[in-house]
Ligand binder design. Sequence first.
Ligand code: HPA
Length: 259
Amino acid sequence: MIGIIGGSGLYEIEGVIIKDVKKISTPFGDPSDFYRIGEFSNKYVAFLPRHGSNHSIPPHVINYRANIWGFKELGVERIISLSAVGGISPGMKPGTIVIPDQIIDMTKGRNSTFYDKEKVVHIDFTEPYCPEMRKSILKAGKDSGTDLKTSGTYVCVQGPRLETKAEIKYFSGIGADIVGMTTMPEASLAREAELCYAGIAVVTNYAAGIKKKRLTTTEVIDVMEKNSKRLKKILRKVFTLMPNKRGCQCKEALKEAGI
Ligand code: HPA
């Protein structure tokens, strides 16, 4: 089963026939919502809206540990994370779909590990996104005729406020291409849980100070909704392209990672 985490402006995926709804409790508390189990392109998927179905959970309050634990408990092996981001580097204009390959973590104080008692674990995070999943997503873009940015560094900020002009200038200087609030610790928790994780990010706005225009949340949600058809097209294709058995190293992330 493949997990999908929906972001701002994406609370459900039309086309998914919901077969079941699962409420899961975890040792870390409750996930953002029920998991919708459905069928999409002849594959089983578990869908979770990251901010809750009525968008009531802000990025810094999301229980990332419970969300990832819930997927693991459902038997999900791979997660596709959909998100809205601001565009920093040239070419990252609103409507661009990016398959990020690197992350810079600027979040603070989030519960970012399953291992903070008894066991000490340091997972390898050199490649934060699953290379095998990224390959399938890139091919899905090509095969479905959807234009994609094939790489990009995602800087994850704490939020919930948007950035200052100076912050974006700094992020640009350290190599960030897009900015968002939710990829961390989602991605590293997935790795700790030995799940494959890849992102599909939609640029919903120019990041602060890139253009003169004031940023609004309305714009973010609007652009995301406008692009949901394109996302669905890629997703449908990805499901047919993903190999049945995982051939990457994500499934053994804990091997030799503990002390
Ligand atoms: N900054 C941070 N997070 C975001 C943005 C942004 O400009 N757009 C969408 N999510």
